[in-house]
Design a protein around this ligand. Structure first.
Ligand code: ATP
Ligand code: MG
Length: 195
């Protein structure tokens, strides 16, 4: 056996040992946070995996930016996918707190129904973190609904900053760090990359 083979064998033993210890089969709560680019697109990439395996999925967009994003246009007609966009435009454009709260509550009512439905394998709550940041939704009922959801159901929540109570119950948390972004180099937002 060469040195390389011995090193690789040791690596394989460590990985095999870890694999044998991961025995639970259940859905996970994933939080994708941070200031870098890649949170929502990662969530939709995971949704493609889930749909590919025949699961039923749903997206709830808590902040409506551009309606016609590429992922919406691509996924919206999929027979096993529901795509909900919260009532009206950007919070910082509307500047109407009461209306924002109403829209947030309506979106949450839809999300809550999905979190009770065992037919859904993956639910993406896109940009939901802002609802807690601005005080449009309380975390307690959301944490409760997440904890009571069907055992096999996966949930992904995206947003730049995450509420602590959600972090406490999450299984996976990834921080997408902003090291550089083309926008600051003067590049316009472009179809297929930004939306
Ligand atoms: P994406 O949808 O591309 O995965 P995201 O979900 O990580 O991005 P958001 O905070 O939701 O990021 O912002 C959405 C939009 O802002 C996208 O068009 C994205 O390209 C852009 N964006 C994300 N991060 C940055 C950044 N650090 N500077 C400038 N623009 C950004
Ligand atoms: Mg996003």
């Amino acid at each position: 056996m060469t040195d390389h083979q011995r090193r690789m064998q040791r690596k394989k033993d460590v990985v095999d040992e870890r694999i044998s210890q991961a025995t639970q089969e259940r859905g996970v709560l994933i939080l994708l946070k941070g200031n870098g680019k890649g949170k929502s697109s990662s969530a939709f990439g995971t949704m493609a995996r889930s749909l590919g395996h025949g699961q039923r999925c749903a997206v709830i967009q808590f902040i409506k930016g551009r309606r016609e994003t590429g992922e919406y246009l691509f996924f919206r007609d999929h027979p096993r996918l529901d795509w909900h966009i919260m009532g009206h435009g950007f919070t910082w454009e509307t500047q109407d707190r009461e209306r924002d709260i109403e829209a947030a509550e309506a979106a949450w009512a839809v999300a809550k129904g999905l979190l009770e439905n065992p037919e859904y394998g993956l639910i993406v709550l896109d940009e939901m973190s802002y609802m807690f940041k601005y005080g449009y939704l309380d975390t307690a009922p959301v944490v409760e609904a997440l904890q009571r959801r069907p055992a096999h159901q996966n949930v992904i929540i995206t947003g730049r900053t995450m509420a602590t109570p959600l972090q406490e119950i999450a299984d996976t948390i990834s921080i997408v760090q902003d090291e550089r972004h083309a926008f600051r180099g003067g590049v316009k937002a472009q179809a297929g990359i930004e939306y």
